[in-house]
Design a protein around this ligand. Sequence first.
Ligand SMILES: C[S@@+](CC[C@H](N)C(=O)[O-])C[C@H]1O[C@@H](n2cnc3c(N)ncnc32)[C@H](O)[C@@H]1O
Length: 261
Amino acid sequence: MTSVIRKFIFHDLQTIEGYIDPPDALVFLSLLQSQKDRSLGGALAEIGVFYGRSYFLLRKISGSDEKVLAIDLFNIGQTADGVSAQYGRFLENGRRLGMPVDEELIIKGDSTLLEPDQLTDKIGKIRFFSIDGGHMLRHVAADSRLAMETIADHGVIAFDDTFNPAWPEVTIGMADFLRDCGGAFSAFCMTKYKTYVCRREFHALYAELIANSADLAAFDHVETEFLGSKVARLHNPISRRMVYELMIRSGMSAFSERVYR
Ligand SMILES: C[S@@+](CC[C@H](N)C(=O)[O-])C[C@H]1O[C@@H](n2cnc3c(N)ncnc32)[C@H](O)[C@@H]1O
């Protein structure tokens, strides 16, 4: 099964316009599969879908029996009378990839205005929540509160664009969240683009799981301290990133998976 998903990551994912790259796709895979192996149940959710790049990855990893909730304004290319170009392309991507979108599990609108039960009424408690919507402090503050109130005890929250100088308020929002919750949550993993957090009681479990994941063995695991907890920073050397980019650009995506073994 892992090889089917790795094929999806290194081939199909590139065909969807968007932002998640192999390192974070492999972290998603490791976390979601390990949760399943340990019977840590719950649904999946994402704020900020764009054209579905990370959403379809969540769908692919979790399979057809699990619920994945997608929240987005879906207003790119909005016309006065109809479906936006963004939403149309998102649905089309689902058909093309053989994962048609269940529109019952789509919330079109501003995530900052949502109440927790609008999510849990649809999908129950959430075991993995990806936050990649609005990138200003007020968005991250509202979205992290919503995630905190809807995740299962063992739930993971993935914050996108942390430490990206283009979006400084995302980092402040994530750090405010960790400090305001008085130690209830802590970060356990960071990549170039994302920070992964969980309830403190589950920190040791997720830290161990990241350390031992075969899918993450290609990265250097560098121990970092962040707001009172140890974090595994997964370093992806520039040499590998260059080889990978060259392969993708020269139409060799089928072989690009080997670069990340
Ligand atoms: C960076 S893109 C998400 C990328 C996506 N996760 C991917 O894998 O390609 C950010 C998305 O957040 C959405 N967004 C921005 N502000 C939002 C808000 N307040 N509520 C819901 N969605 C929002 C935008 O419409 C856009 O599609």
